[in-house]
Design a protein around this ligand. Structure first.
Ligand SMILES: [Zn+2]
Length: 493
């Protein structure tokens, strides 16, 4: 074998389950081992292992701590892999927490099924938004437990940013800031080829939107790259095609704060609630920071902002540990002795019991809570209480998966049921632009343009439509070809 071989073992034509295998003549490296998310059918796919012989894998690298990139790492011991797992320092700090909470959640799901207490979310009307697959007929299975999560956590090696680290025979690794969430990295691999010059592969991981108000800008390799494996979550927007991602043009976080300012004023006028379903790490911090800006402007008044997620609160406080990864504005705030994530009206909640405080609120407030797909977590409680009220604003700040309650609500569900309780939806529902954790199509092209050399381009982490849209854009703007391979098809570089 004289070439580098790259194959996708997840997130090929979809946005979850990231896993890529890079094979060199001397070693095999796996980048990411993520969960499939969404419907029970998708979740069931987590039990079908990638066709990779993990006993022969030399190194595993993780781009970031979102579960669609790291959620199956707990399977590594059972798959026969007992080597090191390389990640950036913040990712290595977040992963043990994410894996432990994932193990607890899996056990909870099994218990809920056997006790018939599993959350059940349905769209009842209109009929075209119903989906048939939600009800579980078989017990969910535990992927891994606390012991495996602990074992994986012990194998984590934190790699300094932008410094070469030997990770496998003939393979060196360098991490570059991807400006997507705390610790998110693009992974550069330099691979020795006997009798030839080494080749370099760059795996983007998730690429953050440009100009993040919270995170430092993207960083890039300083030498020519031979192949790029690149995410394309927002690739379809350029086509203006169907689907939620095409519903609004890409906006900046500055526009997002402007929208939020108007919506806060509206909620205050109505004494209504703003509900923001959000995952714990990434968007939650963007939203908290946006509210802190409004607080500083004085437009928040006495409206409390609840962050109903222990993990999201922890992630807010972790941000300060790596000041060089923060945006220039946040670095300035810290130098002036201010915590950019704290403001008078901010109420981080540490436990589910504390969620009850929100129930009794009679005036306007904002609630950021999980899950982002409205299929579990404290957000269900807030939806039950607030969706029947006209004064409620339910705002989706990011991508929602098909066949989830979030998807139904985002597309106009008028009657839903949560755990058998039927609710007429009178709340106003909309999309909040500018808070995407993912780069827009134009930004994806710009990111690719800034990668040195003329690399081959392999697209992953996007629907088929998004990958086609991205390939077309790369061709039109840069005159280069990009491929969107199916699962397990090998590309030689
Ligand atoms: Zn991500």
């Amino acid at each position: 074998m004289s070439a580098i071989r790259i194959s996708l073992h997840g997130a090929a034509g979809e946005v979850t389950g990231s896993c890529t295998l890079v094979e060199t003549p001397m070693a095999r490296v796996v980048v990411d081992l993520g969960l499939y998310q969404g419907s029970p059918e998708n979740e069931a796919r987590n039990h079908v292992m990638p066709s990779i012989d993990f006993a022969r894998v030399d190194a595993v690298v993780v781009t970031h701590a979102h579960v669609d990139h790291c959620g199956r790492l707990g399977l590594l011991p059972a798959l026969g892999y007992d080597g090191a797992i390389f990640a950036s320092e913040p990712t290595a700090a977040l992963l043990p927490v994410v894996l432990r909470s994932s193990a607890s959640l899996q056990k909870l799901r099994v218990d809920e099924f056997s006790e018939k207490t599993a959350p059940k979310c349905e769209v009842l009307e209109p009929a075209n938004l119903r989906w048939s697959s939600w009800e579980r007929h078989e017990s969910p299975k535990v992927l891994f437990g606390h012991q495996a999560a602990g074992q994986v956590a012990r194998e984590l090696i934190a790699v300094p940013w932008e410094e070469w680290e030997d990770i496998a025979p003939g393979v060196r690794l360098r991490l570059h800031h991807a400006s997507h969430m705390l610790g998110a990295a693009s992974v550069e691999l330099e691979c020795e080829i006997p009798g030839s010059t080494p080749k370099r592969v760059l795996l983007s991981g998730d690429i953050g939107a440009f100009g993040s108000p919270v995170l430092a800008p993207h960083r890039f390799p300083d030498g020519p790259i031979d192949a790029v494996v690149m995410e394309s979550t927002n690739g379809a927007r350029a086509l203006g095609g169907a689907g939620i991602a095409a519903a609004a043009p890409a906006k900046t976080a500055k526009d997002g704060v402007g929208e939020l300012r108007e919506l806060v004023a509206l909620a205050r006028e109505r004494d209504g609630r703003i509900l923001l379903p959000s995952f714990a790490v990434g968007r939650s911090q963007l939203l908290v920071y946006a509210f802190s800006q409004l607080a500083r402007e004085g437009v928040l008044g006495d409206t409390p902002v609840f962050l109903d997620s222990g993990m999201a609160s922890r992630a807010c406080s972790l941000m300060g540990r790596w000041p060089h990864l923060l945006s220039p504005a946040l670095q300035r705030a810290r130098l002036a002795g201010k915590d950019p994530f704290d403001f008078e009206q901010f109420r981080p909640l540490r436990s589910r019991e504390e969620s009850g405080v929100i129930d009794g609120m009679r005036r306007s407030c904002a609630v950021i809570a999980g899950s982002g797909f409205c299929d579990a977590g404290p957000m269900l409680r807030h939806l039950l209480r607030s969706l029947p009220k006209k004064s409620t604003l339910l705002l989706f700040a990011g991508h929602v998966l098909h066949d989830t309650l979030a998807w139904g609500l985002r597309h106009g569900a008028t009657r839903i049921a949560i755990n058998g309780e039927v609710i007429e939806v009178h709340a106003q529902i909309g999309k909040l632009s500018g808070f995407s954790g993912h780069a827009s199509p134009d930004e994806l092209v710009e990111w690719l343009e800034r990668v040195p050399g003329e690399p081959r381009v392999i697209l992953n982490h996007g629907t088929q439509q998004a990958r086609s849209g991205m390939a077309e854009l790369v061709h039109d703007r840069l005159g280069r070809a990009a491929v969107a391979p199916p699962l397990e098809v090998t590309h030689d570089v």
